[in-house]
Design a binder for this molecule. Structure first.
Ligand SMILES: *[C@@H]1O[C@H](CO)[C@@H](O)[C@H](O)[C@H]1NC(C)=O
Ligand SMILES: *[C@@H]1O[C@H](CO)[C@@H](O)[C@H](O)[C@H]1NC(C)=O
Ligand SMILES: *[C@@H]1O[C@H](CO)[C@@H](O)[C@H](O)[C@H]1NC(C)=O
Ligand SMILES: *[C@@H]1O[C@H](CO)[C@@H](O)[C@H](O)[C@H]1NC(C)=O
Length: 496
């Protein structure tokens, strides 16, 4: 699934088959699209959006005969509250099915009436239904080569321009919204296409998670910090569980025994499956440590990190650290109480995983390590190993410094202080991705809205009656700032 792919790239390297290099297939738009559309209709809950498909150009940056090929890019639109000539709010889609992001970005729907805004959610190329090639051809560099953040931004620019023309609303101001990787795209879009978007709200957007801009251990240190804040004992138990787990590797019948402890549906093939399963539970729970009950990746209670730690703190003293960590992780996988057993292997929802692996192996090189102080086992980052694995999987090596060359990031304060405007970077410190985002105000119009208790783009979720004051306040500030941008835009227009 979408967000899991954004962080699972660290773990994917184990299962990398060698890519088969093929010639570019001739893809006939239309036939493929219609067959997909049927499946989606049956599978998805009803959202208040109309689905459209835009014939998008495959390659914006070369003028080869093949670049003129088009594919169908999906977008969702809601004009219920739009006052013609009023603002257009565009969500710049991330690495996954756009309907999933739309259903988790209720904030835009909540504020549309106040702004009389048109809402548009654009799907990112190579994800969801917006596939330029049939799925079976999406494994080689020949086709995946067209998947990059720059092509995606150019898609958004092209589509928005066409849409405004079709609606005879060229003068409508556009504000872009995005969360996580979508937030990075929103911020970059404002910097690269200021003539198309008047501002960007980038929530939990780790645009600084590249090169050595932030410490490589900051992500896992932040996860650990969440657990430490909940309970020091909880942190220590989890930290100690990994050695106990590793002990099963050298034990006769260890893997079978471990499968039993973890209530695995099927005996696992190695202890690493149990390790990844535990690891993911703690990382995702930290990311979605929301103040209210939510169902983002899985259904979870309010402040799930605290709930996990309560399980650990209340468990019998005689219990091993590993069994206590397992009980805590079960909260993540079984809050619904419906799991008969756990699928430790082969249950990855691989929506978009291939696409994200490609992006991680080309432009999105985000070095991450686990420090000795974190609750995870120490873990180094070797660029060479990473690049070798990418070569094996896709036949290409990453361009390690491309993102900072193309979009910047180093000395961001000094650079953006005198260039650019109208970007909000919103973050919650519970979210480990916050450490790679912009946490300080850069100028009067490039601002950071940071909450101590917020998690992964919590501000983008639909408002609920139980929302704490700081969240209501963060959303109010965002609306206030956007209102200011629009006011300025209409003032400037009326003076020209
Ligand atoms: C705008 O209209 C043209 C012509 O009908 C169509 O091909 C294109 O897809 C439309 N653009 C969008 C964004 O829907
Ligand atoms: C999930 O929770 C239910 C209810 O507490 C429990 O009966 C079941 O055994 C749990 N599943 C697993 C795999 O632990
Ligand atoms: C972590 O601890 C090991 C062993 O105590 C030590 O050799 C290593 O330098 C430490 N690493 C860091 C990053 O502190
Ligand atoms: C940035 O400025 C805004 C006011 O424009 C303020 O509310 C906010 O707290 C500041 N952010 C930080 C991280 O200081």
């Amino acid at each position: 699934m979408a967000l899991s792919s954004f962080i699972l790239w660290l773990l994917f390297l184990a299962a990398a088959p060698l890519a088969v290099v093929e010639s570019i297939p001739i893809y006939v738009p239309g036939s493929y699209k219609s067959s997909l559309k049927k499946d989606v209709k049956n599978a998805k809950p009803k959202l208040p959006y109309i689905t459209q498909y835009f014939p998008q150009i495959l390659d914006h940056f070369t003028f080869q005969p093949t670049s003129y090929k088009t594919f169908y890019q999906k977008y969702l639109i809601n004009s219920q509250h739009w006052h013609k000539g009023g603002p257009i709010f565009v969500y710049t889609g991330n690495e996954g099915d756009i309907e999933w992001f739309a259903s988790n970005t209720g904030f835009m729907l909540d504020i549309a009436p106040k702004f009389q805004a048109l809402l548009v959610f654009i799907e990112h190329r190579f994800y969801g239904e917006s596939l330029p090639f049939p799925e079976e051809k999406l494994k080689s560099a020949k086709t995946l080569g067209y998947l990059s953040s720059q092509q995606a931004l150019a898609d958004y620019a092209t589509l928005i321009t066409s849409l405004k023309k079709n609606l005879s609303s060229e003068a409508s101001p556009v504000v872009v919204f995005g969360g996580s990787y979508g937030g990075m795209l929103a911020a970059w879009f404002r910097l690269k296409y200021p003539h198309i978007a008047i501002g960007a709200l980038a929530s939990s957007a780790p645009i600084l998670q590249f090169d050595d801009i932030v410490p490589w251990s900051s992500f896992y240190d932040a996860v650990s910090q969440d657990f430490k804040e909940a309970s020091l004992n909880c942190h220590e138990v989890i930290k100690g569980a990994w050695t106990e787990l590793d002990g099963f590797a050298n034990k006769k019948g260890g893997v079978a025994e471990l499968s039993k402890i973890f209530r695995a549906c099927k005996e696992i093939s190695s202890i690493y499956s149990a390790r990844d399963w535990l690891w993911s539970a703690f990382v995702y729970t930290a990311m979605v440590n929301y103040p209210t009950e939510a169902n983002f990746m899985k259904p979870l209670p309010a402040y799930p990190v605290e709930e996990m730690c309560k399980i650990i703190d209340k468990s019998p003293r005689g219990a091993t650290k590993l069994s206590r960590a397992f009980a805590a992780a079960s909260l993540y996988y079984n809050y619904s109480k419906t799991e008969k057993c756990f699928k430790l292997e082969g249950d990855e929802d691989d929506h978009g995983l291939q696409g994200w692996n490609w992006q991680a192996c080309t432009e999105m090189v985000m070095p991450m390590t686990c420090s000795n102080e974190s609750m995870f086992p120490p873990f180094p980052f070797s660029y060479k190993e990473f690049a070798d694995d990418c070569k094996k999987q896709f036949g290409v090596r990453p361009r390690e410094h491309w993102i900072t060359t193309e979009f910047g990031g180093k000395r961001i304060k000094q650079v953006l202080k005198r260039f650019g405007s109208n970007i909000i970077f919103s973050n919650g410190m519970q979210d480990p991705w916050s450490r790679g985002s912009v946490l300080n105000n850069i100028s009067s119009s490039i601002v950071a809205l940071v909450t101590e208790k917020g998690a992964h783009h919590v501000d983008f979720r639909s408002a609920t009656k139980k929302d704490p004051h700081w969240l209501v306040e963060q959303r109010r500030q965002e609306m206030e700032i956007i209102k200011g941008w629009l006011h300025e835009y209409f003032m400037d227009n009326s003076q020209d």
